[in-house]
Design a protein around this ligand. Structure first.
Ligand code: FES
Ligand code: FES
Length: 148
């Protein structure tokens, strides 16, 4: 079935089953492989995107349910987002697998000049990192939001 979805500012037509998760539309149909596959259960956060401005696990949303909400993926950050600079400066990544999802969750947290507290960060950052980079992630979010 054909669907039209807006991703990172561009409209795309894809021909997939309606129950195909957005994760696979992004990765397989559109080649946007920055969004990662982890648990496939809406838990780990490796597949985090923004959907209509809301932090969303893309493995848990079927393309037929996306409607006209725009999808924003890690590719839209362009490599120069303040979070990405802070991630490099803070040497956050270890294996790196979870990090695109971590950054997408963090991007919503610091949007519009917000300066999240430690409690805000702990509450919002539900993404799982098997390498245990949580302290560095917190520090990088503080740096990217101008708090250090
Ligand atoms: S792959 Fe989507 S939450 Fe884990
Ligand atoms: S850096 Fe390895 S899973 Fe997070």
């Amino acid at each position: 079935m054909a669907f039209s979805i807006k991703v990172n500012g561009s409209q795309h037509n894809v021909d997939v089953d309606g129950d195909t998760p957005l994760l696979w539309v992004l990765r397989d149909s559109l080649g946007l492989t920055g969004t990662k596959y982890g648990c496939d259960a809406g838990i780990c956060g490796a597949c985090t995107i923004h959907l209509g401005g809301v932090v969303t696990r893309s493995c848990a949303v079927a393309v037929q349910d996306a409607g006209d909400r725009e999808v924003i993926t890690i590719e839209a950050l362009g490599g120069t987002h303040p979070l990405q600079n802070a991630w490099v400066e803070g040497d956050v990544s270890q294996c790196g697998y979870c990090q695109a999802g971590q950054i997408m969750t963090a991007a919503a947290l610091i949007a519009n000049g917000a300066k999240p507290t430690d409690a805000d960060i702990d509450s919002a950052m539900s993404n799982i990192c098997r390498c245990g980079t949580y302290n560095r992630i917190r520090a990088a979010i503080k740096r990217a939001s101008g708090q250090v």
